[in-house]
Design a protein around this ligand. Sequence first.
Ligand code: CS2
Length: 494
Amino acid sequence: MTAYTLKQDHLDAISEHISIPKYQRRQLKTGIVHIGIGDFHRGHQAYYTDQLLHDTSITDWGICGVALLPSDIKIYKALKKQDGLYTLMVKEFDGALTKRVIGSITEVLFAPENPSKVIKKMASSAVKIITLTITERGYNYNEVTKAFDDQNPNIRHDIANPLMPKTVFGYLTQALKLRKEKGAKGVTIQSCDNIQRNGHMAKNMLLSYVRLAEPSLVSWIETHVSFPNSMVDRITPTTTASDIAILKATTNIKDTCPVVCEPFKQWVIEDDFVNGRPLWDAVAARFVEDIVPYEKMKLSLLNAGHTVLGILGALLSYKTIDEAVHDEDLRTFLEQYMDHEVSPTLSDLKGVDLEHYKASLLQRFGNVSIKDQIDRICSESASKIPIFVLPTITANLESEGQIKCAALLIAGFAIYSLGRNEQGKSLNIKDAMEATLRKKAAQAANGQPEAFLEIESVFGLLKSSPSFVSAYTKAYNTLRTSGVKACIKTYTNN
Ligand code: CS2
């Protein structure tokens, strides 16, 4: 069978083996600029939009994908070569693979190569929405001061070089300034990141930047730009060489950047769009007035659940989330954490069957086909823990609720940060805070367990809570003396 590189001109040739976009891609107008064209965006928002373009005759919601960071060059080049096309490989529970070519990304730009092109694109009047998947760290929020980090060298760079920005804030500011000057309509900035009240976060951080860099723009933004909160959910493991090979072997497609994902997907969005929006609700996205309870549920159960399985699973030498959740002891421990520590903090959640949600998470984590990498989950834990786990601990400390499982998790993270698991194998710590984590973990192992809690940007003021410090120290010492298995067993037997 002749193999074809995935490209617009080859779509007909490959359509015998895979479902392809049937809509006229070349006629689509770019209505959305998306920053951050990684797997999460391409497995989720770009998929929903592709589905919508298929099901309707709408032509004004093509996506321009922007690769913002110099390190995004690889994905930019791959997508550029493929005319924005890529394959979505959905790994079903029964092992079946559903494949489809996604066509909603119709343009791709590499910001470091041509900043002014990106700014002009974001300012074009056809563009009505700018969406963001820039990761937890991308918001430049300082957990200690609870404010925008204006000392970040890239932020200082953008203030000094407004037309050659490096950060998302520099780009957005220039684009909004241009829109204002042209008298263009307002625009919606929609965060799709795993952050509680992600729209508020985007707005607050952007306005903080604008106050420093372009103060006269503040009031225009306040009246012309909306920032809906949204909850985005679909597990997208890192694509492996074997996924690419399977794709080639089962179709005649050479695709260097397919996305792998689970069948489940969910998108709940606050309906606050100043300049129109796609009918994503026609393809099962949900528009609601108040997103906060949904976000809280997802972040504190799914994402924190991943962190529990990831950190403790890594210490036990597991490589994938399904292996970790199929360990009976670990699963029971996770259930305890969810039932006794997270659920009580979600009492304002109405109209969602929490028990069903938790059960479905265990099933999703257990999907043996997707093999979600523990390395992926543990990466950047220092920015994930404050969002996924800390709010639960803080709420329980306030209400005198249970904190012992969370304390064990943090103690596990202190041991993980030593860089070796229980079998002495080295762990692949991928974290912007790696040096600090390792330093504090070493101090902890040297007879001062509480030293690890001094990393305020991760643990906030937990070090000043006597009940947390005591639960954490107890867990730390038990983990060190008895190991993860024995420790979680004692925690779940009581
Ligand atoms: C994961 C998320 O990165 C992580 O720690 O928990 O990427 C998770 O897979 C997605 O949020 C699922 O929607």
